[in-house]
Design a protein. Structure first.
Length: 575
């Protein structure tokens, strides 16, 4: 029996890579789903199934990434949502704040993990009080017994079952076939007959839901002269009747109510979305080339038309010559009846006659071919126009599917900032501006890490410890803003803290030999030194900063997105 021992360093590298994939690719998706479910809960239309799936996925991903505190917390949230999915509570007001705190806590933990030093396998714990509250709520729902139904479902007779499953279904199938007719009169006739039959079934068998289902269509049919899409109304009525019948005949399996705001989501890797967008862009380029080919075909067709018009007089002359030869042939025939015709002259006449005849046939084929080209050119024009409309629609859908509001990502920093305030005893308020600005989700997710570094840098270096002593409000402000300028998105992060000491940065740059003390540098050039790897003005290294790596990472990631970063500061008033 063979044994296999994995090198601890290799194992650590695997865990680090797994954690990076989880934080950058999977966790943002799970967190976005939790925030969406929380928003539905606040609106009174909770989707506990979606929340349970997100918590389950988060639990597994956090476990693989060795974030065990987060995994256990997500596990409890999954258990609670599973219970609430099967037994929805009557009062949502009591659980909404708890769910809101849980989602914010998850967002805060994920954001803090991002700030850990590269290569660190440390795990960040979850708020103990919130975890205890979640456990108590879970225990409370686990102890509750599901209440019995107050009403016993009405027993359905065999006659009613037969009428609904056989007779009514035959009526529905027939109506479905007849509604395919394009004639509005036929569609009206079919709908009237279907309503009458359903009325007969509902009254004879005492089925209130059947009468209620057809009531809206009955009202519409009273004004049958109006322009209405009767076919779609009929198909919708048929689907409703079948759905209601299923729920009526199977009371033990009630139809689950789905929120009108719930949307099915399909997870697609960002790289694949990029490929789809690139493919659509290439199709648009090919469409432009197709338009050029279409224009060339049109011009060639016009040239051919002009040539045929120019040959029209030649064709007339050929026809005259052909007629003369034919007349000459008739004269010669009568002449040969009394006098012998020269054989050489006869051969020459026959050859010229056939040549003219072939020329006329070729000319007719050219005209027919040009007519075919003309028809193909018109059809191609119509197809190109239709293709452009479909490509524009596809491009719009692909683009819109990638756009998400800026606040979806910006709100993730709120719990992180609250946690930092509690841990480092500062009072800071994060203000989000331009939250409804739509940004490409791929870019937005890639901006989370650099914005996180900037936020932590502003909190640690910018916000003073005792603001009252220097005449500032006790609560500092960090503003995170998004705006669109000339088709470009600009994201601004600024604070009202101490700002950056440009002279201190300059002296540090000289000490590190990044510049010469005799060289005159512009203010902007001096500030750019803070993006150098390992550059820091901090005297000590803390868990938050001081290593000189954060801003270097920020610039590298912004450059990879083909963006630009600018910094400005006023000493004493912030960045």
């Amino acid at each position: 029996m063979s044994s296999f021992n994995l090198d601890p360093l290799a194992l650590e590298a695997i865990v680090l890579e797994t954690r990076a994939c989880f934080l950058e690719e999977d966790a943002p998706t799970y967190l976005a789903s939790l925030y969406q479910s929380l928003e539905q809960l606040n609106q009174g239309a909770p989707d506990f199934t979606a929340m349970m799936h997100a918590a389950h996925s988060l639990k597994g991903g956090a476990g693989i990434a060795q974030l065990m505190h987060l995994s256990k917390f997500a596990h409890k949230l999954e258990d609670l949502t599973e219970i609430l999915r099967d037994r929805p509570p009557s009062d949502l007001a009591t659980i909404t704040p708890i769910f809101s705190g849980c989602v914010d806590q998850i967002a805060g933990v994920l954001a803090q993990v991002q700030t850990l030093p590269i290569g660190s396998l440390a795990d960040i714990s979850v708020d103990i009080d919130l975890e205890r509250t979640l456990s108590d709520l879970l225990s409370q729902f686990q102890q509750e017994k599901p209440s019995l139904r107050e009403e016993t479902p009405k027993k359905i007779s065999a006659l009613t079952q037969s009428a609904l499953t056989k007779d009514l279904e035959e009526c529905l199938i027939l109506a479905q076939k007849e509604l395919k007719s394009k004639a509005i009169a036929q569609q009206l006739k079919t709908l009237n007959r279907l309503v009458e039959e359903c009325t007969l079934f509902g009254e004879a068998l005492d089925i209130p839901w059947l009468l209620k289902a057809i009531a809206p269509v009955q009202e519409l049919l009273k004004n049958s002269d109006q322009t209405t899409h009767w076919k779609s109304i009929g198909i919708e009525l048929i689907d409703t009747l079948r759905s209601e019948r299923q729920a009526y005949l199977n009371p033990s399996k009630p139809k689950q109510q789905v929120s009108s705001q719930s949307v099915s989501h399909l997870r697609i890797p960002t790289a694949q979305m990029d490929k789809i967008a690139s493919t659509v862009g290439e199709l648009l380029v090919r469409h432009e080339r197709l338009i050029l080919n279409q224009q060339q075909l049109y011009q060639t067709n016009q040239n051919l038309r002009q040539l045929i018009r120019g040959l029209a007089p030649v064709q007339d002359q050929v026809q005259v010559l052909y007629d003369r030869l034919a007349t000459s042939s008739g004269v010669n025939s009568s002449f040969n009846s009394s006098q012998e015709f020269d054989a050489l002259e006869l051969d020459q006449f026959t050859s010229e006659h056939l040549t003219l005849q072939n020329f006329q046939e070729i000319f007719l084929r050219i005209k027919e071919a040009r007519a075919d080209i003309d028809l193909s050119q018109r059809e191609l024009s119509e197809e190109v126009i239709q293709l452009r409309q479909e490509l524009d629609s596809l491009y719009k859908n692909v683009t819109s599917s990638r756009l998400v509001p800026f606040k979806r990502m910006a709100q993730r920093f709120l719990p992180q900032l609250d946690r930092l305030c509690q841990q480092y005893h500062k009072s800071v308020n994060l203000v989000i501006e331009g939250g409804e600005v739509l940004i490409d989700q791929v870019i937005l997710e890639q901006l989370q890490t650099p914005l996180n570094h900037l936020l932590v840098n502003a909190f640690d270096h910018g916000i003073e410890g005792d603001r009252l002593a220097i005449g500032k409000p006790e609560t500092a402000q960090i503003i995170l803003q998004a705006r669109v300028i000339d088709n470009q998105v600009e994201i601004i992060l600024k604070d009202d803290g101490s700002g950056i000491d440009v002279n201190k940065v300059h002296k540090k740059a000289i000490a590190r030999k990044l510049c010469n003390s005799n060289t005159q540098l512009r203010r902007e050039e001096i500030l750019n030194f803070i993006f150098q790897s390992g550059f820091t003005t901090a005297s000590t290294v803390t868990n938050l900063s001081g290593r000189g790596m954060g801003l270097d990472i920020v610039r590298s990631q912004i450059n990879s997105l083909r963006g630009t970063i600018r910094i400005d500061t006023t000493l004493g008033t912030g960045v």
